[in-house]
Design a binder for this molecule. Structure first.
Ligand SMILES: CC(C)(COP(=O)(O)OP(=O)(O)OC[C@H]1O[C@@H](n2cnc3c(N)ncnc32)[C@H](O)[C@@H]1OP(=O)(O)O)[C@@H](O)C(=O)NCCC(=O)NCCS
Length: 105
């Protein structure tokens, strides 16, 4: 079993939906999810943390967009890598920081 954790500053993610950085890092589904929320930057930071947590846990660096967070109807987050559900993920955010914790089985 492997674990990865990452903490991100939310203010770094105060970016417009159409910015090239957002498009480079996040999938269309992630962008739609985050920008439907009152404070998109909180959710963007949490997703970025999840991607970094995956890189730490797996020891592999792949493109950010291939590592995607999707939420179920209850809001629970799941990590997909190249479209395949991977590991066990938990996210949390305060007003300033977002954290992701990932377990790879
Ligand atoms: C789920 C819950 C614990 C989130 O806690 P919170 O303090 O409001 O918010 P946090 O910042 O700690 O966490 C937010 C993240 O929790 C995750 N989350 C949301 N719903 C979740 C759930 N049902 N199970 C696990 N994780 C959940 C999401 O990843 C969310 O971030 P995201 O929207 O960017 O993906 C809270 O909404 C709660 O207690 N809800 C009541 C219980 C509940 O909804 N149960 C599920 C219904 S069946």
């Amino acid at each position: 079993m492997k674990v990865g954790v990452d903490l991100e500053q939310i203010k770094r993610f105060k970016l417009p939906k159409t910015s090239s950085l957002i498009k480079k890092i996040f999938s269309t589904k992630e962008i739609d999810y985050c920008f439907a929320k009152q404070k998109p930057e909180q959710h963007l930071a949490a997703r970025f943390a999840a991607k970094e947590a995956f890189f730490k846990a797996s020891g592999k660096k792949t493109s950010y967009k291939k590592v995607e967070v999707r939420n179920n109807k209850q809001g629970k987050p799941f990590l997909f890598v190249n479209g395949k559900k991977t590991g066990l993920l938990s996210l949390s955010h305060s007003s300033t920081h977002a954290v992701a914790f990932l377990v790879l089985q």
